[in-house]
Every structure is written in structure tokens, then in C-alpha cells.
Design a protein around this ligand. Structure first.
Ligand SMILES: [Ca+2]
Ligand SMILES: [Ca+2]
Length: 373
């Protein structure tokens, strides 16, 4: 079975010393007044974490489409893929969601690119189905695995003889249990001027991924042969819209991905953030905040404001917060395809009982589109 890749986690040089037992001892033995003063020096250098965030935007895909979301663009990546055979085409022009794409084609295309999901073992939450109304309400509770997928296939336009479509894969959970952190971490976070507001528990959890696909068009008509499409860009949501933790991003594949090749995704436990790798212990704070915090500690030491023992204590504090505490959790139990897959139709014409896509929490994920021709 296809494996879930391991991520490269970049750590500042100070994290090596911060992880040593001597650094913990230095922290434990530091007098309270001296400790408070040292943290104050770090905080005054850091300023607001929100201001440090610097989203790495790259506004165009390899085929010249515009990326709309203000999200990181990761370096072109050889994504892990899982392959299966495409089913036979069924000629049927029924178009219930009135987007001029035959719905049977939408289904076949969505199946051809549907992600291969690794859900964490021990996730306390479950996927759900929702009532056919324009506010989100649970109809039935499912299980954590296999996932329940609600997909949308939407036309984006035709450019240079290619017809482009956006496929959204909504993975909507009943709940997010929030990130639980240790008592020590609750002390260290404010000491470093940090907060985990935005990572708490809440009802419903609207997670998603999306794929930009394209195929040669005939005139102004999209190809209705799912096998003719290739994926040119991916979008994965992780703490979407929560600035210090937002790891949502566009991922251009190293090569266009043919139909029948499925991107492999890992969903973190309780938070359900979507990553193209095993997210266990992946830092939730953005890299800029981590780097700035370690830089502030280094600067305080270089300026002679703190002695070597206090320096070690601060490195322990930062290493604990960023690499032990505010991290994703994930236990690998293998991957699966979504069991139930439902076409939600379009916002202007929901189908299959999916009026709930017009709940503002879902609608904002579906509009505007992630790409523009
Ligand atoms: Ca349609
Ligand atoms: Ca559609």
C-alpha cells in the first residue's frame, strides 16, 4: 500500500541545545525574577507574531492560471500518489447542477482525482452528512474512517485550447476537539508572548482540499472524457484563515498528474488539518514565528542581556513550545479512499440534498474559486 511521506521539519540551530536535558535543568533552576526578566527581553524584541507572518505567494500556475487565495505556494513537489483504474464512461448528459458539465462526467472526474486519505488513529471526531437546508446541521454521524467526501466540480474557463475545472473535496467533520496542551506549555506560551487562540475546540470542522485539472477543449466545450484530464495544481487547507498557524497552501506537482493518480493526504488528529505528509509533531506555528523567536533569544544572548544558563533555559522554553507542544498529532493506521462521495452541485444549484453548501462557513470555502483563467 502507498506510504505516507515523512515531512522535513526545519529547526533553528538553538533547538538542538533547547532539547538537551541540561537546558531543562537550567530552566527548572532559574530564579523566578531572573526568568521573568529574560522572557520580557525576548517579548520586547519579538513584537506581535501576527506582524511576522509572511505568506509566500506565487500568483500563477505553470499553465498561466491565477491563484486567488492568499496562501503559501510550496516549491514544486513530487507528491506521493496512489493509483487505481478508471471506471468505464457512461454517456448521459443529465446536468442537474446546471453548470453545463454532465453530472456523470463530474462524478467520474472527481473519482479519478479523489485523494487517498490517511486519517489518524484515535481521532475523537467523525465525518457527517448534513440536512438539506442553508444552515449547517448534522443529518447523520458517520465514522472517522473511511471519510465521507462531498465534492464539487466547477468550470473555470478555457485558455490556450485547454478547459480548466476546479474539483473541491470537502471533508466536513462533526467537530474539532481542539489542541490540548500541558500545564507547562500554558505557562511558556504567554511568557514568550504567544497565544494559541484559534486552536480551540468547536462544533463542525470544514476542511478541504482542491485540485486544478485541465484537458484539451474542443472550441468552447470542455472535454467530457475524465481520462483526458491532468492535475496542474493542488490546494490543501490547514488552519485556514488563522494567521499564526495557517499552513494552507498551493502545491504545484513536479509533473502534471494524470487521471487515476490520487494525491496522498494526512489529516491530523482532532484538528483535521490536511497535509501531503505524516503530520505527527509538525509545528503548528508558522516558520517565521518560530525563527523570529529563536532569533530574539539569540539576540538577547549576543547583547549580553542574559547569561549562558539563562540562554539555555530560554532555548528549552522555545523548543518545548514549538516542537513538543503546539504540534500536530497523528497516528498512522494506513490510508483509504472516501467511502461515500456526493456531488454537492453548485452554490447556485445545490444537488443531492446539499443546500448546506450555502451556509456562510461552507460558501466562503467555495467562493471565489481558488484559480482563475
Ligand atoms: Ca453538472
Ligand atoms: Ca458541478
Amino acid at each position: 500500500m502507498s506510504p505516507l511521506p515523512t515531512p522535513t521539519i526545519v529547526k533553528p540551530a538553538g533547538a538542538v541545545r533547547g532539547a538537551k536535558p541540561e537546558s531543562k535543568t537550567a530552566y527548572d533552576n532559574l530564579a523566578t525574577a531572573k526568568r521573568d526578566q529574560a522572557f520580557q527581553q525576548v517579548r520586547s524584541r519579538l513584537g506581535s507574531p501576527q506582524q511576522i507572518v509572511n505568506v509566500k505567494i506565487s500568483p500563477q500556475t505553470s499553465t498561466g492560471l491565477t491563484r486567488i487565495a492568499k496562501a503559501d505556494v510550496l516549491p514544486s513537489t513530487p507528491l506521493a500518489l496512489s493509483a487505481d483504474a478508471l471506471g468505464a464512461a457512461a454517456p448521459d448528459a443529465t446536468d442537474e447542477d446546471l453548470d453545463r458539465l454532465p453530472d456523470k462526467f463530474e462524478r467520474r472526474l472527481a473519482n479519478a482525482f479523489t485523494p487517498f486519505y490517511f486519517v489518524s488513529a484515535g481521532d475523537p471526531d467523525v465525518f457527517a452528512t448534513f440536512k438539506d437546508q442553508s444552515t449547517l446541521a448534522i443529518a447523520t454521524l458517520g465514522q472517522a474512517t473511511p471519510p465521507i467526501s462531498h465534492y464539487r466540480v466547477t468550470p473555470l474557463g478555457i485558455k490556450n485550447g485547454f478547459g480548466y475545472l476546479q474539483i473541491d473535496y470537502l471533508t466536513v467533520w462533526n467537530r474539532d476537539e481542539g489542541l490540548s496542551v500541558s500545564t507547562l506549555c500554558k505557562v511558556l506560551l504567554p511568557a514568550l508572548g504567544l497565544s494559541i487562540d484559534g486552536l480551540g475546540s468547536h462544533d463542525f470542522d470544514e476542511e478541504r482540499s482542491a485540485v486544478l485539472v485541465g484537458a484539451p477543449a474542443s472550441g468552447s466545450s470542455y472535454s467530457s472524457d475524465a481520462a483526458a484530464y491532468k492535475a496542474y495544481d493542488f490546494y490543501l487547507a490547514a488552519h485556514e484563515g488563522v494567521l499564526p498557524f495557517d499552513h494552507s497552501g498551493y502545491i504545484p506537482p513536479a509533473n502534471p498528474v494524470p487521471a487515476g493518480q490520487h494525491v496522498i493526504l494526512g489529516l491530523s488528529r482532532s484538528k483535521h488539518s490536511t497535509y501531503p505528509f505524516n503530520p505527527d509533531k509538525f509545528p503548528i506555528f508558522r516558520q517565521e514565528i518560530i525563527a523570529a523567536t529563536f532569533a530574539a533569544i539569540d539576540a538577547a544572548f549576543a547583547a549580553g542581556e542574559i547569561d549562558d544558563t539563562t540562554y539555555a533555559a530560554l532555548l528549552y522554553a522555545a523548543t518545548t513550545v514549538f516542537f513538543e507542544c503546539v504540534v500536530e498529532r497523528f497516528t498512522n493506521q494506513g490510508g483509504v479512499y472516501a467511502g461515500t462521495r456526493t456531488n454537492v452541485g453548485e452554490l447556485t444549484k445545490p444537488i443531492n440534498g446539499c443546500s448546506w453548501i450555502n451556509d456562510p462557513r461552507i460558501r466562503e470555502k467555495l467562493t471565489p474559486t481558488l484559480w482563475r483563467v
